[in-house]
Structure formats: structure tokens, C-alpha cells
Design a protein around this ligand. Structure first.
Ligand code: PRP
Length: 183
């Protein structure tokens, strides 16, 4: 285990079990209809990779990257598209895959701009749902775990772009967060 880790909040085993349950629901809901899965970079890389391989309908994977203008203005909801999807989604079922929905601003923004392209349906699947931090009315259609207001990394979640590769969802030691630039 990495020395920087304080505690495991959700184990790799529990994550994988939850992904099976989420995939079963999605398979049931969409049956054999084609689904465009939109992986939101970078955080949902591993979650997307794991869940799509359990889906049984025809799946098209696409990628989108957005960036808020730093924490100071995040509450303004200003978000910038760094990479747009390549698929034309009009009349097609789309599922946004997130690692975490926190304030809901990123998910809200993506839902707004993708809705304008007239998909047949547009839902959100997020492994983690930090509901307590929500500042809008965004609902996660397929939520894995509702998590408390703790700073979490691992399984795609980062701290200054590090720790994404940890297989569990974990917290970091306070001193690590304090001296992060030296790591
Ligand atoms: C994280 C996460 C969501 C967003 C959730 O991405 O992957 O996209 O923040 O926060 P919100 O609900 O408050 O908008 P981040 O901007 O950290 O980028 P990353 O996925 O590349 O790490």
C-alpha cells in the first residue's frame, strides 16, 4: 500500500461488485438498444473501462474532457470543453460516465450542451455521488456509492493528477496533502 494512503474508504472488491450491479441495471434498462457511452476524462477512465466490458448491448465509446476554471470560479458553473465527443448523438441513447459527481456543475453543464444535440436519451452513471455537496438539481441516474464530504483519491480520482492508479478509493494523509508539490 502506498505510504501516502491514510485509509481505504471503498475497497477494490466492493468497487468491482458495485460495478456488476450497475451494469446489470443498465443492461436491463437498455436491453439490446445501442448505447453511446461517454467517458469523461480523465477521472472516469478506469470506471468506464470496467463497466463497459460488462454491458451486453451494442456499445459505442466516446470521450469528452472538460475543465472548470479552477476552484475559485467553479461555483460560477463556467466550464470549458477541452475535448468534445466525435459521435453524432441525435436520436441515440447516451450515457455519461463519471467517477464522481460533486457539486453537479460539470454534469449539469455536460447534460445541457449534449441535450441541445437531441439525443434519444441522456443519463448519468457515476461511481461516486457526493450528494451533500450538490448545488444544483442534477440527479445521478445510476449511482454506485453515496460518499461523505471527504477528499478522496484512487480508482481514477486524483490529487494534482496523482494517485489515480490506486485500485481502491482512499483518503490521503494530511501531511501528504500539505506537501503535495514535493511528491
Ligand atoms: C472531477 C470529476 C467530475 C467533476 C465533479 O473532475 O471527474 O468530472 O470533478 O465535480 P463537480 O460535480 O463539482 O463538477 P476534475 O475536474 O477533477 O477532472 P479530472 O477528471 O480530469 O480529474
Amino acid at each position: 500500500m502506498l505510504e501516502a494512503i491514510k485509509e481505504i474508504v471503498i475497497s477494490e472488491e466492493d468497487i468491482q461488485q458495485k460495478i456488476k450491479e450497475l451494469a446489470a441495471k443498465i443492461n436491463n434498462d437498455y436491453s439490446s438498444e445501442e448505447l453511446i457511452v461517454i467517458c469523461i476524462l480523465k477521472g472516469s477512465l478506469f470506471f468506464t473501462s470496467d463497466i463497459i466490458r460488462l454491458l451486453t448491448m451494442p456499445v459505442v465509446v466516446d470521450y469528452m474532457a472538460i475543465s472548470s476554471y479552477g476552484n475559485a470560479t467553479k461555483s460560477s458553473g463556467v466550464v470549458r470543453i477541452l475535448k468534445d465527443i466525435e459521435e453524432h448523438i441525435e436520436g441515440r441513447h447516451c450515457l455519461i460516465i463519471e467517477d464522481i459527481v460533486d457539486t453537479g456543475l460539470s454534469a449539469g453543464y455536460m447534460k445541457n450542451i449534449l441535450s441541445l444535440r437531441n439525443p434519444k436519451s441522456l443519463k448519468i452513471c457515476s461511481l461516486l455521488d457526493k450528494k451533500i455537496m450538490r448545488i444544483n438539481d442534477i440527479e445521478v441516474d445510476y449511482a454506485g456509492f453515496v460518499v461523505p464530504e471527504k477528499f478522496l483519491v484512487g480508482y481514477g480520482l486524483d490529487f494534482r493528477d496523482k494517485y489515480r492508479h490506486i485500485r481502491d478509493v482512499v483518503t490521503l494523509k494530511e501531511e501528504v496533502i500539505g506537501v503535495s508539490d514535493k511528491l
